[in-house]
Design a protein around this ligand. Sequence first.
Ligand code: CO
Length: 169
Amino acid sequence: MHNYSIRVYPDPVLRNETLPVDRFDHELADLLSKMEEIMIANDGVGLAAPQIGLSLRLAVIFYEGKMYHLINPEIIESEGEDVMEEGCLSFPGIYGKIHRPLKITVRFQDEEGRETILKPEGFLARAFCHEIDHLNGKLLIDHFSPMKKNLARKKLQRRQKEQELDRDE
Ligand code: CO
C-alpha cells in the first residue's frame, strides 16, 4: 500500500478542497486502518485525510479507548463555549488556547455508509470540531490572533530550514 507521511504546514494540500467519500468498500476500510496506525504512531488524538495528502472528507479520532471513523462528517448543532489548549500533528511544537463549542451534534457515516449521529461534549466535541475544520481547509493557526499566527508561521519556517540543512549535510 501507498506510503503516507504526515503533511506539515505550509504544505498546500492542507488547504485543498476535499471530496465526499462515496465508495464504502474494502479500500476505505484499508485506508481507515492505515490512518489509525499513523495517528497512533504519532501520538495523535485525531487525524484527517488531508494531513496525509488525501483530499477526502474522512478523519479518525481515538479518545478514551474508543475509535471513531468520521466519514463525510457535518456539525448540525452546537452549543456553549469552552477554551482549551490545542495542538495538531501538522503543526509540530505549536499550541494555543482555542475557543470551541462545549457540545455539538455531529452527523457522519460509518464504514458501510450508514448515517450516525453523535452528541459529543467537552474534549471529544473539540476533537470532532478540529478534524472537521481540517476537511474545510481550516487549520489550528486560523484560530490564533494575527500576532500569534505570525510567530507560529516563523517557527515552522525555521524548522523547515533546519531540516533542509540537515538533509544537505
Ligand atoms: Co490537526
